[in-house]
Design a protein around this ligand. Sequence first.
Ligand code: ATP
Ligand code: MG
Length: 419
Amino acid sequence: MKKPSEDGPPPAPLAPPDPDNLRQRLIGLGEHSIRKSHYPQLQERLAELERSEARYRRLFENSPAGHFVSDADGALLDCNPAFARTFGFESPAEARRISLIDLYLAPADRDRFLGLLREKRLLTHHEMPMRHRDGRPLWVQINAEGRFDAEGRLTRIYGFLSDHTQRREMEAQFRQAQKMEAVGRLAASVAHDFNNMMTAVKGYAELLTLKLADAPDLAEYARQIVEAVRRATGLISQLLAFSRRQTPHPTLLNLNRLVTDMADMFRQVLGRSIALETRLDPSIGRVMADPGQMEQVLMNLMVNARDAIGAGSGRVRVRTGGMIADIPESGKNDRRYVFLQVRDSGAGMDARTQARLFEPFFTTKQKGKGTGLGLSTVYGIIKSNKGHIRVRSRPGAGATFTILLPETTRTAEVRAKNR
Ligand SMILES: Nc1ncnc2c1ncn2[C@@H]1O[C@H](COP(=O)(O)OP(=O)(O)OP(=O)(O)O)[C@@H](O)[C@H]1O
Ligand SMILES: [Mg+2]
């Protein structure tokens, strides 16, 4: 920009830097000489400013990051469409009607963020939990700058954020998978030796039972040993199944048939005070899975449901159906799945239990009641069949376990039949 003094007559001598006076002169209300000689340049400057403002506005509006300006009390002064979208608002105008305080999961998270901003003034790549408008947690990565007044009080926050929830979830799943892998390898390496030793113990205990036919008291001790060995080898075979070393034999399977065939067994497990309801969709396709393993999966879910309901009465519902699911971690979109759902009316569980549910040896049951291997086995089986498992639960509101297995395609069916 040329300085006005380089063209036309020099402007009137500058008045002392009184802002009101200056403004009056700039907008052309001052001495008529200024108005006449500088009006075109001022207009040009104004147009330039407007263009620049529009350019930056466009950048702000179209940025994929969620930009915002807020005050220290949580009032949102401005935000762009990406910010509104991240939290589930229709538009920036709608987002501006709320207080940012409502977008935190816990007040302590906001206090921590403000504390850090006051201390560092500039935060980069800061990750923190926030809340989608529908209540679900979001992990955001935020870059923010604090502006302060002369007394050092935080007055404005300028920042932008992006949603990292999916990345966080994938990382958690990856860590989980690694942990399971490690335990699986460990289990497989001890299981073989352990089984050999148990065979010896069982053999000698059985011999003792025979030899002690005349001493029933002692024979009973020997029988107890045999029984303990049976439980121990059962545990080991669960460990092996979990470690995926037990070679499964996947076949074409109709999950409705499986549930119908097992219904009597389910009723026995559940007992009389728990009602069993089945809702099987006759149109489901078939899946490739080992029937024995799938029985194990269902039995584990049933026993857990029974334990969650406890002594009182309750109900368990088993449902099947087909669905198209978009599962990010599978890398394939819009695949057809068959789902198998077990829902109980039991005690449900909190987020802490849900986070550790599939960990081997994680149990909330009394010593001797649970080994904590049930769901980790289920997880291992479902994963080895390229399936997925989801859980929804709240304390006091029961639990729903949904297993998704890929529906077989026509070519896979033909291949399986020709094998
Ligand atoms: N349907 C359910 N409702 C409420 N909590 C459940 C349910 N299923 C599992 N859980 C919780 O998950 C934990 C782990 O389950 P898992 O089946 O892996 O082990 P377990 O049942 O404790 O022991 P195991 O199955 O080896 O006998 C349980 O201890 C319980 O806290
Ligand atoms: Mg269990």
